[in-house]
Structures are given as structure tokens and as C-alpha cells.
Design a protein around this ligand. Structure first.
Ligand code: BEZ
Ligand code: FE
Length: 286
């Protein structure tokens, strides 16, 4: 009989896991067990604390009425999403940086043409967005699929509005032969990530706020290039230095120009104020 105690337990688990056929799975699990055990030893985890931890994780995994659970959110606020994104998207200088995906992407967003209004009813100040998609060599990338998604002026994404039966603030367009793209939408605003659940409680207990600085989400895909998942942030936003999910990169912060009533870049006569954003994306060859 071999007695297992607090010092031999780690080796005992690693030994039984040694039969794992999949070498990558074994490496990941072994490391996870070693770090988990070291964590429990380091903080001298009590039984009551671990029961609380299990209760917290159970609540994080609970599917809410709007069919969401909070594991991605937990990964985001603990910086793990940003770490995993960063270490898997190391690109040469000059390429557009990637950042966190977030939970509000929808794969089958409406297909749009350049110039379309992707707000599609979402409320907010008008905003005209344009730019060029290029490769790292400066070549224009034609026919790149550009998926864009954003919240409305209340900081709400369409998928967070129960009963809404159509897409708002999202679309998929293609870059033109010269790599250019342009669309109309609404001005991005700062908004809080969902904080009415266990992750919100964690933020509160740790004295953190749930706000993200104003941004547009982009996913750009083109044959022969690596897929780019990123945001463009609004310069001057008060939350740029304290994004709740650590997604900001200074290279992704852009000036969104305010305009009074007048003629928009696409020739539309605007009788209300509007903004424009021009932002170029640089893709890395696959
Ligand atoms: C977002 O930007 O949509 C987002 C990212 C991480 C967590 C919640 C929301
Ligand atoms: Fe967002």
C-alpha cells in the first residue's frame, strides 16, 4: 500500500496520466495538474475556499435564459484570452495586430455591398468607415471578406436583444479590386461587458469596472493570408488604459473624425453631425 499525501499526490496523478495516448493532451494535462497543485499549496487553499471556488465555477458554467454561460467572459477578464490570442498571432512588424474575439460574433451575418448601412436600424450617431486591405508587401488585397460587428449607442449588441429577428450593427462585405472597403454604420461607444452574473461579482470583489473602450470588431479573411481578428478603438476614450478584457493595442487606436452637418464621404447629404473613420488593415501571408 502506497500512502498518498500532499507531497506525493502530484506525482501520483502524473503517473496515472502517463498512459495518455495523445502526446499533446498529456503535455497540457500534466502541466495543468502541476500548476493547479502548486497553486493550492502556494495559497494554502482551505476546504471552504475550494468549495466556494467550485460553486463559483458552477455558476460560471450555468446556462442563462439567453443561452449564455460565462466561461469565455471569465477567460477574458482574467487576461487568458488576450494571452492566448497574443501568443498565437505573433506577426511581423507592420501587420495589423490581433486582439480578443469576444462573444458577440455571428458567423452568418448579412452579406453587404460596399457603401451599405450595416447599422440596419441600430440606434446611434452616423459613422462612415473606410480603408484599404493590404498584404505586408503593400499589395492591395481584393475580395477579402470583412466581417464587422458593433454595439448600438446603448452599448448593446443585436444578439443581446431578445426578440430581435434581424441583424443590426453587423455585416460582411468584400474589399474591392484596389483593396478598398467602405460602409456606413453608427458611432461606437464604450460599454460594460455583461456584469450581472458571477464574473460581474468577481469584478466587483476585486474593485474592477466592467467597461470596454469604444471599438469596432473586424474579422478579415482572404485566400493566401492569415485570418485577422481584431478591433479598431476610438482615440480619446476614457477606458483605453483600463479595458476590462485587456484588448487594447496602441496600433489599433484610431482617430474618428467628427463632422458637423454636411456631405459625407459617400456623397450623402447629412443634416445631423456624423463621424468618419479611415483605417487600413495589413494582412500576413498564410
Ligand atoms: C466585446 O468586445 O464584444 C467583448 C469582448 C470580451 C468580453 C465581452 C465583450
Ligand atoms: Fe465589443
Amino acid at each position: 500500500m502506497i500512502d498518498i499525501d500532499e507531497w506525493t499526490i502530484t506525482q501520483a496523478v502524473l503517473k496515472v496520466q502517463a498512459g495518455t495516448q495523445d502526446a499533446r493532451l498529456r503535455r497540457v494535462l500534466d502541466s495543468l495538474v502541476r500548476h493547479l497543485h502548486d497553486f493550492a499549496r502556494e495559497v494554502e487553499l482551505t476546504e471552504a475556499e475550494w468549495a466556494q471556488g467550485i460553486d463559483f465555477l458552477t455558476r460560471v458554467g450555468h446556462i442563462t435564459d439567453d443561452r449564455r454561460q460565462e466561461f469565455i467572459l471569465l477567460s477574458d477578464v482574467m487576461g487568458l484570452s488576450t494571452l492566448v490570442t497574443a501568443q498565437n498571432n505573433r506577426r511581423p512588424a507592420g501587420c495589423t495586430e490581433a486582439t480578443v474575439f469576444g462573444p458577440f460574433y455571428v458567423p452568418d451575418a448579412p452579406a453587404c455591398r460596399n457603401g451599405d448601412d450595416i447599422a440596419n436600424g441600430a440606434r446611434g450617431q452616423p459613422c462612415f468607415v473606410s480603408g484599404t486591405v493590404r498584404g505586408i508587401g503593400g499589395e492591395p488585397v481584393a475580395g477579402a471578406t470583412i466581417a464587422v460587428w458593433q454595439s448600438d449607442e446603448d452599448g448593446t449588441y443585436d444578439v443581446q436583444r431578445p426578440g430581435l429577428d434581424h441583424a443590426e450593427g453587423r455585416g460582411r462585405l468584400a474589399s474591392a479590386a484596389d483593396g478598398r472597403y467602405h460602409f456606413r454604420s453608427i458611432l461606437a461607444v464604450p460599454y460594460p461587458i455583461p456584469h450581472d452574473g458571477p464574473v460581474g461579482q468577481l469584478l466587483e470583489r476585486t474593485g474592477r469596472h466592467p467597461w470596454r473602450p469604444a471599438h469596432l470588431h473586424f474579422m478579415i479573411q482572404a485566400p493566401g493570408y492569415e485570418t485577422l481578428v481584431t478591433h479598431v478603438f476610438r482615440a480619446g476614450d476614457e477606458y483605453l488604459e483600463s479595458d476590462a478584457v485587456f484588448g487594447v493595442r496602441s496600433s489599433l487606436v484610431a482617430d474618428w473624425q467628427p463632422h458637423g452637418p454636411g456631405t459625407a464621404p459617400d456623397g450623402t447629404r447629412m443634416d445631423t453631425p456624423f463621424h468618419t473613420l479611415d483605417y487600413d488593415f495589413v494582412l500576413n501571408p498564410a
